[in-house]
Design a protein around this ligand. Sequence first.
Ligand code: AHR
Length: 328
Amino acid sequence: MLKKTLIAASAISMTVMTLSACGSDDSGGSDDGKITMGFAQVGAESGWRTANTKSIQETAEAEGVELKFTDAQGKQENQIQAIRSYIQQKVDVIAFSPVVETGFESVLQEAKAAGIPVILTDRAVDVEDTSLYETFLGSDFVLEGEKAGEWLVENADDSDVDGDGKINVVQLEGTTGAAPAIDRAEGFASAIGADPSMSVIASQTGDFTREGGKQVMESFLQSEEGIDVVFAHNDDMGLGAIEAIEAAGLEPGKDIKIITIDAVKDGMAALAEGKINYIVECNPLLGPQLMELAKKVLDGEEVPERVVTEETTFTQEQAADVLADRQY
Ligand code: AHR
């Protein structure tokens, strides 16, 4: 199953880093029984992503998997270029977290034609032929959005901050076209749909970054009247929104309620401090399950089509209890 590389890596402009338990080089699949994995990461847009990258790199090293790692800097074209480079290098297995859902069909067909199995981690792709990948490991993003919306419905009385009988929500969306942005918006909308007093009055992408969340919130504060709640598709954008709300002389968590997704340490600290009201967890520590799935696939074992990550939710009190032990 393991293959020996004949072709050197093509020059690519983005950051490419090779990690190996026994040294780094530019050669591809090894002939010493070791697995070589090419991993095309989205970028470094959030605290979640940093924790996810660390988990994958550390587990690869611990498991003796030679990891060829690419940071696509949030660009789909970089990710496709990286995957093509891994195909040329004849790695044993390719894994990636797709920047957006669509547009990966051709490169996945190229990997299949080359006999290289692909594992999706964290985010899904929208392709008709699901045999183009072996398995998809990651969260149920629709469920995450639903949990955020359900909390709001349960806490409707407290969330009508201006007491006008309407709960006006502004939404900070993740990267346009990315699975977590599409699915979290869908799950949230279906949950708050149960309460006619609630509506999303404005929704815009902050690209999953702190700066993006801050800028979009600044413009919402100028353009929208009577904002009661911010629903941010990740902690980083929620933390950016906090900066904008404070700069406008308002108190985050009180004058405007904030719900986010991820539960990274900075988000949990803001939750424990009362600046965020509720966080739905999205677990970034996918390294161990990814390496296990890769080994099974390469050993010819059956793997499930979908492996869903287990996750929880946090109130302010729960965040205060677990903050000190939070790993990421
Ligand atoms: O795909 C997972 C999402 O991507 C995380 O919620 C977000 O923080 C990240 O950038």
